[in-house]
Design a protein around this ligand. Structure first.
Ligand code: SF4
Length: 174
């Protein structure tokens, strides 16, 4: 019997690794597809300016990555993040962002979505409820934006070091 050379073994190993990667990608795509089918039909995918939702009533605008229509006609906004799922669940900024999309969908379609979705690069998905509590919390934050800055923010070296405004900010601690 002729034993394979080291080079042949390496090539075989590479082929097997590529094959496994392709299978993993295909499985992930299948899971994503079946998940999407449960969410109803595709309404829109962010493709530029045409996807922009505006609300003159709440004076906000936003561009959800994906909109899907549930079988009952309600539209669900989906935000796709390029980072993996946060270990402790979505941070408040992500939750606020999809809630704002839910409000925009509600205002523009006349029907409140039951929830909004956050998706992460590793396939993790979080359902963010859009109910009376979520709406009042979002509107409270929205009202805060209309108030003049009251100086409550506390600059820290760590926070300011990564801030794009640190070179022009007179409160920077970095
Ligand atoms: S550099 Fe200024 S704007 Fe940026 S985090 Fe610090 S205090 Fe805030």
């Amino acid at each position: 019997m002729v034993l394979p050379s080291l080079n042949e073994l390496l090539v075989l190993g590479a082929i097997i690794a590529i094959g496994l990667a392709v299978v993993a990608l295909a499985l992930r795509a299948l899971v994503a597809r079946s998940r999407d089918l449960r969410l109803g039909s595709l309404v829109a995918v962010d493709a530029g300016a045409s996807r922009l939702l505006r609300s003159s009533r709440y004076r906000i605008s936003g561009r959800p990555d994906v909109l899907r229509r549930l079988p009952d006609g309600r539209v669900v906004p989906i935000e796709v993040k390029s980072r993996p799922s946060p270990a402790r669940g979505p941070p408040p900024s992500h939750v606020t962002q999809v809630r704002a999309y839910a409000l925009l969908v509600e205002d523009s379609t006349g029907a409140a979505p039951p929830y909004a979705l956050l998706r992460y690069s590793d396939g993790g998905e979080f359902r963010v409820a859009w109910d009376a509590n979520a709406r009042s919390e979002l509107l409270r934050l929205r009202a805060e934006l209309d108030r003049p800055y009251d100086g409550r923010a506390t600059p820290t070296r760590a926070k300011c070091a990564g801030c794009r405004w640190r070179n022009v900010c007179d409160r920077s601690a970095a």
